[in-house]
Structure formats: structure tokens, C-alpha cells
Write a protein that binds this ligand. Sequence first.
Ligand SMILES: Nc1ncnc2c1ncn2[C@@H]1O[C@H](COP(=O)(O)OP(=O)(O)OP(=O)(O)O)[C@@H](O)[C@H]1O
Ligand SMILES: [Mg+2]
Length: 420
Amino acid sequence: MNPERIIAGLDIGSSKTTALIAQAVGGGDRSEPSLKILGVGQARTTGLRRGVVSDIEETTKSIKKAIEDAERMSGIKIDTIYAGIAGEHVRAMISKGIVAVNGDEISKADVDRANDVARAQPVPQDRELLHAIPQEYSVDKNQGIRDPIGMIGTRLETEMYLVTIGASPAMNLRKSVERAGYHVRELVLEPLASSLSVLTEDEKELGVALVEMGAGTTDIAVFHEGKIRHLGTVNYGGNNVTSDIVQGIGVTQADAERLKEKYGCAYEPLVDPTDVIQLPSTVAQGDRHVPREVLAHIIHQRMDEIFNLVLSEIERAGFAQRMNGGVVITGGAAAMQGVAELAADVFGTGVRIGSPAENISGLSDSVDAPRFATVVGLALYGAHRSAAGFAPPSGRHRALAGAGVDRFTKRIKVWLEDFF
Ligand SMILES: Nc1ncnc2c1ncn2[C@@H]1O[C@H](COP(=O)(O)OP(=O)(O)OP(=O)(O)O)[C@@H](O)[C@H]1O
Ligand SMILES: [Mg+2]
């Protein structure tokens, strides 16, 4: 097995840390790379607050356990990983780059120059540039061009989507991984990673909102005409649902979590009014029961509120009427019954639940749930990277193969910038 094509992803979520080891398959020629899943490991996360490392020791322990479990399952030792990052410190902005075209036809070099100009925004000391994603180009007065190479014009303008993160959250995350004995190859924004594992090209083309509901937060990524257009976060997630159950029914946090996962329903009309749930109870409390409708009512209320906050965010960004591909809900909380029904009510579009499905094989059953969207996406990102890194021909081959190879390298470069 080619060791360069073994990829590891690490998702440090606020409730659980997940590691994935996979082999990247294909992607060298015209095909998309895919993943053969070899091992998965999970650990509870304890050192994270709102997606940001607050306790390096604790986070290190979770990372070590998750990766070691994945290593045991796959029988492979890894040293570098692609890690996800998210949180309130994430910012996105559009940056423009304008250049004069050097010949009569726009060349690859002109496009690279325009992108370099757009990318060269001053980044403050306390921030890091995470992603620079070209969205579209204008040639003279023509806007909305996807691939300007070969067009005739004198002025080329690019619009680039820049994602920056706080330098200190990034540093603490890297430090936790290093302490666990591994190395971060690249950080990737979590909802963008998830988009690689759960969204189809058609959905991104038509316009789609990816809504990832985790424990601490709900992340939103809106795609339109094939490109990422908007990122947002709502500071509520599955944890808030659990807290409401604690309050509403009078059970412990752990019991509320169990009740939610076993009997929870996010859409009240789906529940049979005669269904009754036995509650965990102390001797003094005696036997306790509650209609399942009561549990569903509590969950429905909170999830409805969260989805409405998501909708407001999408409306503010101006994409509410441009989601012909519908809404895809993922993240751990998407596993509950009734989530798609409730979301369809709130968003007024088609809704589906997103589990990693595209381009995976091997032990794919072990990642077939919405909570694995991020970690599978991270490994897919790594697979794209590895496919791209493998492709550039050596100098000798370039001399022999001539123009054909140039086209090949050009396509690979476009790929690199074209993940999201
Ligand atoms: N079967 C289920 N039914 C209902 N909720 C579930 C189920 N499985 C997981 N959850 C909820 O999903 C949430 C965890 O989701 P996920 O694993 O995506 O979060 P995370 O990545 O750890 O957190 P975050 O992304 O917010 O940092 C928890 O609130 C958990 O209660
Ligand atoms: Mg998560």
C-alpha cells in the first residue's frame, strides 16, 4: 500500500472526537478521488468550549484515544492528520483582485496573478488565512465567468472567498495534536469538510444550504452555482435540546441524553398520542411515566427555534430564494426522527438528511451516520490533496510530454482551488 495515500482525518467536536484512517483511491486522472475506509475511532471530548480548545491536556487525551482506536482498527500507524476547525472566531469575506491581461488571450498566468492579488489581503497578527476560494471572474464588463482562460479581454477581475480564523484557537488545536504525538498537515473549516462528504455536485449547482447540527453549535454553509457563497453559525445545538429535556421532565443530563436518542422526535405530529415512556427514577420517586408526546413537544419547540434562526441567517445572506437544491441537514442531531419533516416545514424546501455517502468504500458502514460527516469530509479533502500532489510530473517527463502535460498540470491546479 502506498503510504502517501493513507489519509487521516480528525474531527474534534464539542461532544466527541473522531478519527478516521482511509486509503485514497483514484483521483489521479479524470476521476474524483474516493476513500476506502480502514479504521474509525471515537472518544468523548472534554476540553472544548464552543468549538475552541479550552483545556489542552484534556483535548490531547481525547485525540490520543480516538486516533489510537482508529489505528488499532486499521492496523496502520499514522503521523499526520487533516484536522477540522470551527467556532465563533471564523470570519469570511469576499476579496477582489484586478489585473491587466498580458496578451490578447487570458492565460493561466493571468488568472494566477489575479488570484494572488485577491489573496494578498493583509491578515492581522491575531488571525490566520485558512481558505482562499476563487468564486468567479469578470473579463472587461462581462461578469459571472467561471473559467476565463482563453477568453479575449484587457482587464481580468477575480472574486475570492477568504476564510480566516483566530490565530490562538488554531495554535491551541495544533498544540493539542502535537502533544498527542501527531502532526497537523492542514486545518480545514468543518462545514466545508462536511460539504465534501454529504453534498452532491448537482445540489451545489442548484443552490443548497448545508445545516450541520452538532452538540454546541449549528453551522451553515450555503452553496450556489457550484461554489461556497455564505458561512454562518447559530450558537445552539443538540446540547440545548438535552438541557430542555432536563428542565422539562426532571431527569439528569445523562438520562435526558439517553431519552432523546432512544425516543426523541423533532416533529410532534409523528408521535402516537398513546405512546408512553418509562422514565428512569429513584426509589423515592417510584415508577415514573411520561407521554412520548411531551418529550416530542419539548424537542420540537427547541429545534423549531434553531431552524428558524438558521433560516433568518440564510435570509440575511440573501439566499432564501436561491435554494433550488433544498436543504441538507447533517451532524449528530440530524439522526433523530422527525428532523427532516420539521425542517421541511420551516424552510419550505425539499429537505434530506445527509450521511457520508459519496465516494466511499471499505468499512463504510462504520461511518454511515450524520455525525461522521465532518471526519469523512476531512479525509476526502486529504484525498483530493494527495491526488493533486501526486499528479505533477517531474521535470524530465514534462520535457518529453510537452503541451499535453501542461494541460494536465493546469487542470490539477484548478482542482486544488476548486474543492468548495
Ligand atoms: N440518535 C440521536 N438522536 C438525537 N440526537 C442525537 C443522536 N445522536 C447524536 N445526537 C446529538 O447530536 C449531538 C452531537 O452531534 P455531533 O457529534 O455532530 O457534535 P460535535 O461534532 O461533537 O459538536 P460540534 O460540532 O457542535 O462541536 C449531541 O447533542 C447528541 O445528543
Ligand atoms: Mg461537529
